[in-house]
Design a protein around this ligand. Structure first.
Ligand SMILES: NC(=O)c1ccc[n+]([C@@H]2O[C@H](COP(=O)([O-])OP(=O)(O)OC[C@H]3O[C@@H](n4cnc5c(N)ncnc54)[C@H](OP(=O)(O)O)[C@@H]3O)[C@@H](O)[C@H]2O)c1
Length: 325
């Protein structure tokens, strides 16, 4: 089977696609024929050696996958051959086959494509965890989503709308603006930090209740300034580059809060709660409140181009590596 390999930590361009022996089935596990693997910033950070956890090469990146079960260990009763499942696996997903613990797999709702399924866990779980568990978003509140045409941003718009909020988003291209509007944003603004506060004030004169911030850098401070009395800013990521330093007087003013959203670490340390969160996301998909979009697809061999596009702000919505067959 073919896998993407990182043989030396550093450059995305050093990734290679190699033929390797398929992994061995073990007690409590299932074998998947991977249909698609979601592309995420964390995959690039592992390869660049910029993530908190530093795997020793050689390793295969790829943290979220969807695929069909092709083999089941004798002691596993929860799945049948042919079931389509998703799994969050940290590493190893950019591969034609994986062996994972059965407890890591969750059945995909009927009607959801493998490509959409492979790209929803990180974005939609982060959005639901952030808006519901961390921000306690209430019906009727107003939410500003930065990077609304990106993976987390699009999911956050859908989740906020499903929770009864009004959503304003930012997006830097017409395609991303269309993607944000399709998720349910009623207004989509240019993300230029120099004009963001005034642009938001013009459409939300009473201020914002919750900011969803997966962008960081120069976007965070003007977004913080849009918060009304009691407003909360969810710190999710730093796709824009720098981790911003925030004047804390802006947090004191109007009794605002900065709230960290570390869904990834929370999911690893609270696997049962994470499993319940994913079940909640799937229930919202099943009853039509959420509708994960189709990603931009790249063949496995184009992993370098795909990660390059992701890091270069070129991807609208999510991107996935798709396996042949
Ligand atoms: N805390 C958690 O648990 C968690 C979970 C998932 C992801 N994250 C993090 O959240 C961040 C966003 O992830 P994502 O999947 O939404 O990424 P994404 O799909 O690439 O979206 C990020 C958005 O950021 C905006 N952006 C502004 N400046 C940028 C720049 N210089 N380069 C790239 N993008 C830029 C872009 O929107 P515009 O072009 O429209 O401005 C882009 O669409 C990442 O840092 C990721 O690691 C955190």
């Amino acid at each position: 089977m073919r896998v993407v390999r990182c043989t030396e930590v550093g450059e995305i361009t050093d990734l290679v696609v190699e033929e390797v022996e398929p992994p061995t089935l073990r007690s409590g596990s299932v074998r998947l024929k991977v249909e698609a693997a979601g592309l995420n910033y964390v995959d690039a950070l592992f390869v660049q050696g910029r993530y908190q956890i530093k795997p020793i090469p050689p390793f295969t990146p790829g943290s979220e996958i969807a695929g069909r079960i092709t083999e089941i260990a004798d002691d596993v009763e929860s799945f049948a051959l042919g079931d389509r499942v998703v799994a969050s696996i940290g590493l190893g997903g950019f591969a034609e086959e994986v062996v994972i613990s059965a407890s890591q797999a969750t059945l995909v709702p009927e009607g959801l494509s493998a490509h959409a399924a492979a790209t929803l866990t990180q974005s939609f779980c982060t959005a639901l965890y952030g808006l519901q568990r961390r921000a306690s978003l209430a019906q009727g509140e107003t939410v500003l989503v930065l990077g609304g045409g990106g993976g987390v941003g699009h999911a956050a718009i859908q989740v906020a709308v499903a929770m009864g909020a009004h959503v304003i988003a930012t997006a830097s291209t017409p395609a991303k603006a269309t993607h944000a509007a399709a998720a349910g944003a009623t207004v989509v603004l240019d993300p230029n930090p120099a004009h963001l506060k005034d642009a938001v004030r013009a459409v939300a004169p009473d201020g914002i209740d919750v900011v969803v911030d997966p962008v960081g850098d120069a976007a965070t401070e003007p977004a913080l300034r849009t918060l009304r009395e009691g407003g909360r800013l969810l710190i999710i990521g730093f796709a824009g580059g720098e981790i911003p330093a925030i004047p804390t007087n802006l947090v004191l003013l109007r009794n605002r809060s900065l709230i960290g959203v570390d869904w990834g670490a929370w999911g690893m340390t609270h696997p049962d709660a994470q499993a319940a969160l994913l079940v909640e996301v799937f229930a919202m998909i099943n009853d039509g409140r959420l509708n994960p979009p189709e990603p931009t697809c790249y063949p496995l061999e184009q992993v370098i181009d795909a990660l390059h596009d992701l890091l270069g702000r070129q991807v609208t919505g999510k991107a996935a590596l798709v396996m042949p067959g």
